[in-house]
Design a protein around this ligand. Structure first.
Ligand SMILES: CC(C)(COP(=O)(O)OP(=O)(O)OC[C@H]1O[C@@H](n2cnc3c(N)ncnc32)[C@H](O)[C@@H]1OP(=O)(O)O)[C@@H](O)C(=O)NCCC(=O)NCCS
Length: 223
C-alpha cells in the first residue's frame, strides 16, 4: 500500500487516495484528500487527465512531493536511525536497535514511512490503534539531515487524513517530547492536568470535547 502526496500549484498539500470510475461514462476520476483545514470539503474528485495535467502557464497542476507507505521489516534500521540522536541514551546504534528488537512496546502498532520524491526515506511514525475511534501516535522522527523541511508535519497530516477518510470521528493522542507548537498546528491541544502522567512530556489530543474516562485510561498505559 502506498499513497502519493502532492503540492497543488497554489501551495496546498493533498494525498491521492486512488482512482474511481465515473458512474455515467466510466471516465477515471482521481479521489484525493486535503492535507489542510478546508471547511468546504476534505475529500475531492477531479478527472484524472486534469489532475495529472498542466495549467495555462505550463506548470503541473499537482506536483508529487513524496510517497506515504507502510514500514517493512527491512526498513526498521533506517527508521530507527531517524530518532537515534534523541532516544539513544548512551547506546551504540547496534545496541539501540537490539534493545528495540526485544522491547514489546516497540513491536506494537503500524508504522508509516514518508519518502521524498527521489524515493529516499525521510520520516516515520507509529500508529497505535487503542480503540476503533482512538489512535495514538508514537516515535515521530525525521532523518536528522532532513529536519526543518516540513516532513514530520506532512507525514502526521497525511496519516491523520488517511485514517479520517475511513472514519471521520477519529480522535488522536500523542505525547510531545518537544515544544508542542508543531502538534498544535495540526489541531492537537495540551490536555488538562488530570491527564498528565508523564510530565515534562505533555499529553495532547485532537478534538474539542473532554476525553472520556475510557479514552483517558489509554494515556496511563501509553508507554
Ligand atoms: C521533532 C521532529 C520529528 C520534527 O521533524 P521535522 O521534519 O523537522 O518537522 P517539521 O519540519 O515538520 O516541523 C518543524 C517544526 O518542528 C518543531 N521542532 C522540531 N524539533 C524541535 C525541537 N527539538 N524542539 C522543539 N521544536 C522542535 C518546530 O516547531 C519546528 O517548527 P519551526 O520550523 O517553525 O520552528 C524531528 O526534529 C526529530 O526527529 N527529532 C528527534 C525525535 C523527536 O524528538 N521526535 C518527537 C517526539 S514527540
Amino acid at each position: 500500500m502506498s499513497w502519493t502526496l502532492y503540492r497543488h500549484y497554489k501551495g496546498n498539500h493533498y494525498l491521492r487516495l486512488g482512482v474511481a470510475a465515473h458512474s455515467e461514462d466510466l471516465s477515471p476520476q482521481v479521489v484525493y484528500r486535503c492535507l489542510y483545514d478546508n471547511p468546504e470539503a476534505r475529500t475531492w474528485v477531479r478527472p484524472q487527465p486534469m489532475f495529472d495535467g498542466v495549467i495555462a502557464d505550463g506548470r503541473q497542476r499537482f506536483t508529487p512531493v513524496g510517497r506515504l507507505r507502510l514500514v517493512q521489516p527491512e526498513d526498521m534500521r533506517t527508521v530507527l536511525a531517524f530518532g537515534y540522536d534523541a532516544w539513544k541514551h548512551d547506546k551504540t546504534f547496534d545496541q539501540y536497535c537490539a534493545a528495540k528488537d526485544s522491547d514489546p512496546h516497540h513491536q506494537r502498532g503500524t508504522r508509516y514511512l514518508l519518502e521524498d520524491v527521489a524515493g529516499q526515506s525521510v520520516a516515520a511514525l507509529n500508529v497505535l490503534r487503542f480503540r476503533e475511534s482512538l489512535i495514538g501516535f508514537a516515535s515521530v522522527a525525521t532523518s536528522p539531515e532532513q529536519r526543518g523541511k516540513g516532513y514530520a508535519s506532512l507525514l502526521l497530516r497525511a496519516v491523520m487524513e488517511l485514517h479520517r477518510f475511513a472514519q471521520p470521528d477519529l480522535r488522536f493522542l500523542l505525547f510531545s517530547e518537544i515544544k508542542p507548537a508543531i502538534y498544535e498546528r495540526l489541531g492537537f491541544r495540551v490536555l488538562p492536568p488530570e491527564h498528565q502522567h508523564f510530565l515534562p512530556t505533555p499529553a495532547m489530543a485532537t478534538g474539542d470535547t473532554p476525553l472520556s474516562i475510557v479514552e483517558a485510561e489509554f494515556l496511563k498505559v501509553y508507554f
